[in-house]
Design a protein around this ligand. Sequence first.
Ligand code: NOJ
Length: 549
Amino acid sequence: MTNSLWYKNAIFYELHIRSFADSNGDGKGDLLGIIPKLDYLKDLGVDCIWLLPMFGSPLKDDGYDISDYFNIHSDYGTVEDFQLLVKESHARGLRIITDLVLNHTSDQHPWFIESRKSKDNPYRDYYVWSDNNKKYEGVRIIFVDTEPSNWTYDETSGQYYWHRFYASQPDLNYDNPEVADKMLEVIRFWLDMGIDGFRADAVPYLFEREGTSCENLPETHDYLKRVRAMMNEHYPDAILLGEANMWPHELRPYFSGDPNNPAVPGDEFHLAFHFPVMPRIFKGLKLGRANDIINIMNDTPAIPYNCQWCVFLRNHDELTLEMVTEDDRQLMWQLYAPDPAMKLNLGIRRRLTPLLENDRRKIELANAILFSLPGAPIIYYGDEIGMGDNIALFDRNGVRTPMQWTGERGAGFSTADPSQFWAPLIDDAVYGYQHINVASQQHEANSLFNLMKHMVAVRKSLFVLGWGDCTFLQLDNETILAYHRHHESEHCFIICNLSDQSQTITLPLSEFAGRTPHDLLHDKSLAPVTTSEYTLTLAPYQYHWLAFK
Ligand code: NOJ
């Protein structure tokens, strides 16, 4: 598969292996379970699968705590199973990327087991140690609900070690050239298996420097550029998708290139998640106001032509509210986390459909925005059928429950007794697998699944949505989110009513006088444009993707 800019107009699908499909009846999803589901993903229109961490791990952070970078977790299968999955994916034209956890290991990793033995252990310097817990003072804590400090005291060796996440995830010391080299070996090991790249976890935190926030440091960018240069040389089609939960101006350097000239190629990440726009979509939908979305997108700098944003509505974590103001965080909790159990750290641990009150109009609209904003969209497994969540489960497990394939006992996820499933199926009156499942939605013409499939197909047919510029329209109606995607002679107008009232608006379309706007998603023509004002009425939560005939 060659086309080194394939990711510009790609659809990504985030998949939790443990919850997707179980091939051996032990109640846990695995790699071989995914293979018979590849045709389903292909049918949905997915281009690239992102697998959550699958490596050796004590699972204190669901696999983001790695104890063996060169092996597959025994619950998930073997390296041979993985190679087969890659082969079968590629045979269907699907790409596949895995998580790459650079910042930290598990405390059960042999390096850390050695490192904590004594101050003079040869692996001591693989991690960040200090005699006191005052170093790097003021650096924010990410897991605020559980971690009182970024330092944890180690009784055995009498020093503190640094960790940005759980205490069971000590940060690696990238000032040690051996660490930096070893992680390049990890990268090459998996790329040699033919994978199409990585979703690089927690990248802002690789280096620490006194007097800074220890985030986004120049040294971190230098290391990431080194990774990219190696990939460019040996694996030119493979991508790096960066996870940096930052403001747009802090994200921009992760693409590198020339900030003033998008024609200069970037040489760091191919893609980066656009974190800040996500909560603003939810806020906009709740308040019926477009301004926050418009403002953050207008504050988003241009990126090199060979780079792309990655946009998402939900993922395997809490809906993060790190990139909003304190007032907005409180407001979002008020609006979307009425039960305190829904809150986690600085976010909300709920799935898309319950967040949007199972209102089909809002779910469609949110996706219509997701699939038309600048960036490659990611679908979080289960959201294509409107799966629910379970806030009674530990940590973020409530948004990671088993995939609902059928309405039969076990939901087609596993043949094990459901009481043995790693997490219970969603089984309530609204979101239970008996009502919400792939099999029934595949057969129902108006199902959410079929709508998503259609939206994906239309999106992929529109080069302008992957490559085009985006100009937000200034309308005198704050409930309407309207943007113009354009690339050379290709134009697409996205018009969304974020409110629960119908709205009549006037669009500035005079340059298209004599032409007929065509609603691409609903395959309907609207009244032709004339030289006078173009008036359009939208029902509550109605949206159009308009092109011209
Ligand atoms: C971000 C991942 O998305 C999250 O699930 C994980 O807990 C942290 N990074 C730490 O690796």
